[in-house]
Design a protein around this ligand. Structure first.
Ligand SMILES: [Zn+2]
Length: 305
């Protein structure tokens, strides 16, 4: 009786395990066949790509063109930011370029971001900077269009190969020398400057990242342009009329705004109207930039602010 039960469970076990092994063998064979099919298709795709030499050569030239444009952006960026100066540092844990700054500068960066950023990076507020930024934006446009041209051409080449050699589309995607758009490194997306404040004992650590994007550069450009627009010195000087001069003196009660001397103290005192921010520094001929000074204070001040 016991032997009988044992025997029957043994046969059950035997058949079951044989069934499992058969199933396993079946799957292994299927996997093997699929692998063979895959290898066959891959080799076929490789051959097809190899045979399309001219098209692949065109694609390579277009890729080289993208790379050239990328380097042009980098050069143009460097002409404005001068990344090779010791002002910039690299840290392994921070992306891009780092600029260590003092606590004071961090504070003014928070209050007055754009002007302060330009000041810390020593980017001059001038027409020249505007044209250098224009060059960056122009090379960036060229770069973007060269990527677009490549992607279009690549699509055409792929379609041609698929049709001509009866290749499955999936066998060409992202392989065989075909690039994805995200594989191209766009400097105006990846360049970043981080202002770093570190307290003397290293306890406090504040970082202020500024990505150098096309939008940022456009903002910088219009800021500089708006500042430069008023610093056409001839225009500003021409605005200084006798009436305006008299108005300012009257407003300041004929008193020097530096030393406090007035025509009450000295009836023949020579009073002059002075630009608080000199025209040469971008100051405007406007009421809040004008003050009355005695001739002595005005000589002493010169063109300082
Ligand atoms: Zn004075």
């Amino acid at each position: 009786m016991t032997t009988h039960i044992l025997a029957s469970s043994f046969t059950e076990w035997y058949y079951e395990s044989a069934y499992v092994s058969l199933l396993l063998v079946f799957f292994v064979i299927v996997a093997f066949v699929l692998l063979l099919i895959y290898i066959f298709l891959a080799v076929k795709a490789d051959r097809a790509v190899e045979k399309s030499k001219d098209d692949m050569h065109t694609l390579k030239q277009l890729r080289d063109n993208i790379e050239r444009n990328r380097r042009d952006i980098e050069l143009a960026l460097n002409n404005v930011f001068h990344f090779n100066t010791p002002r910039y540092q690299r840290f392994s844990d921070i992306k891009g370029w780092c600029v260590p700054i003092s606590r004071q500068k961090l504070g003014s960066l928070r209050d007055n971001t754009l002007p302060q950023t330009l000041k810390i990076l020593e980017i001059p507020i001038s027409q020249k900077t505007v044209s250098l930024i224009n060059i960056i934006l122009e090379t960036h446009r060229k770069y973007l269009s060269s990527v677009e041209i490549y992607m279009e051409q690549q699509k055409k080449v792929q379609a041609k190969i698929i049709q001509q050699y009866r290749i499955q589309k999936c066998m060409l995607d992202g392989k065989r020398g075909f690039m994805k758009e995200s594989n191209f490194c766009n400097p105006l997306v990846t360049t970043q400057i981080t202002f770093l404040y570190r307290s003397p004992l290293g306890r406090r650590y504040v970082s202020w990242p500024q990505p150098i994007t096309a939008t940022f550069l456009t903002t910088v450009k219009s800021y500089i342009e708006s500042r430069c627009a008023f610093s056409s010195p001839r225009k500003e000087r021409a605005k200084m009329t006798a009436d305006l001069r008299e108005y300012i003196k009257k407003r300041d009660r004929y008193t020097c705004q530096r030393c406090g001397i007035s025509i009450r103290d000295e009836p023949h005192l020579l009073l002059e109207v002075d630009h608080i921010v000199p025209i040469s520094c971008g100051g405007r001929t406007e009421l809040d930039n004008l003050q009355t000074l005695c001739w002595k204070c005005n000589r002493r001040k010169g063109s300082k602010i």
